[in-house]
Design a protein around this ligand. Structure first.
Ligand SMILES: NC(=O)c1ccc[n+]([C@@H]2O[C@H](COP(=O)([O-])OP(=O)(O)OC[C@H]3O[C@@H](n4cnc5c(N)ncnc54)[C@H](OP(=O)(O)O)[C@@H]3O)[C@@H](O)[C@H]2O)c1
Length: 261
């Protein structure tokens, strides 16, 4: 049976990097890569960088019909899903009321709904050794001021991944949530309130290549979470000890001190 990897968000940033590293063999032998995002041309650009045969699916994953189309394609292909990478996602910075209702709702549809839909459609085609990698964020480790809806979606991804990893352990399927800091990708180019972006990105950036390498390794060894940077690891521990109101105040103060705004 053919082994495939499905990578959402493969037209840009982290998803593109996952596609390239899987193409180079970082996740074992694969017969095909399935690349998913809205932009057909940019998906073709990712395909052009891969030597593994690719299928391109130009789909808007906020639409239930897109999830249905992928489910049908997978049933027809009868392939084994070795990797499912849920990287498609977006975030809007700013106070809750300053972000449009469409953006808030679509963040939930894409960052949570599509992840649930894809896990559900892929699982019947997975077996022992298959892995799901879900892009969460450092924002999923603690509620974030001026990133309320986005951080809540990433918390959802984190908790879903932890529970699925536990439930699926007996059949040898691993599910890992990845919680990086900011990365200089398309994500930040269109993220809304520039002042809020400037304040929060003072915690620093990570390199997508390193994050993806660590994520594939963590998923392969069965870790439910991958927190690549040392300071995000510190946040991970600190928020377990502090009440959430104090966590919000502490982050607000930290961003003000670091950014000066
Ligand atoms: N960059 C960061 O600072 C950062 C930090 C922590 C976590 N993350 C998470 O990492 C993941 C990848 O982000 P990135 O940095 O690679 O951002 P990116 O460069 O903006 O890539 C986002 C990808 O999602 C796709 N996408 C967006 N809306 C879509 C939709 N409605 N349907 C299907 N695909 C859609 C985009 O392609 P199209 O526009 O062609 O659809 C693109 O391929 C996201 O889940 C993000 O939340 C990012």
């Amino acid at each position: 049976m053919r082994s495939i990897a499905i990578v959402t968000g493969a037209s840009s940033g982290v998803g593109g990097e996952f596609a390239r590293q899987l193409d180079q063999g970082a996740g074992g032998a694969l017969d095909e890569l399935w690349l998913v995002a809205r932009g057909a041309e940019r998906l073709e650009a990712t395909r052009a960088q891969c030597s593994t045969p690719c299928r391109v699916f130009a789909l808007d994953l906020t639409r239930p019909q897109s999830i249905d189309a992928l489910a049908e394609a997978l049933d027809e292909a009868g392939a084994r899903v070795r990797w499912l990478i849920n990287s498609a996602g977006f975030g809007r910075f700013g106070s809750f009321g300053s972000i449009s209702r469409d953006d808030e709702v679509n963040m939930v549809r894409l960052n949570c709904g599509a992840v649930v839909g894809l896990c559900h459609l892929a699982l019947p085609h997975m077996d022992g050794g298959s892995c799901i990698v879900n892009m969460s964020s450092v924002a999923g480790l603690a509620p974030q001021p001026e990133l309320s809806c986005y951080s809540a979606t990433k918390r959802f991804v984190l908790d879903l991944s932890r529970t699925l990893n536990y439930e699926l352990e007996p059949v040898g399927i691993h599910v890992c949530a990845v919680c990086p800091k900011f990365m200089d990708t398309g994500f930040l180019a269109n993220a809304g309130d520039a002042r809020a972006v400037r304040r929060m990105t003072t915690i620093g950036y990570e390199q997508p290549r390193r994050v993806v390498r660590k994520a594939l390794a963590a998923a392969g060894r069965g870790s439910a979470t991958c927190v690549p940077s040392w300071d995000a690891k510190f946040i991970h521990v600190a928020v377990k000890l502090l009440p959430s109101a104090l966590t919000l105040h502490a982050q607000d103060l930290l961003f003000t001190l670091l950014s000066g705004v």
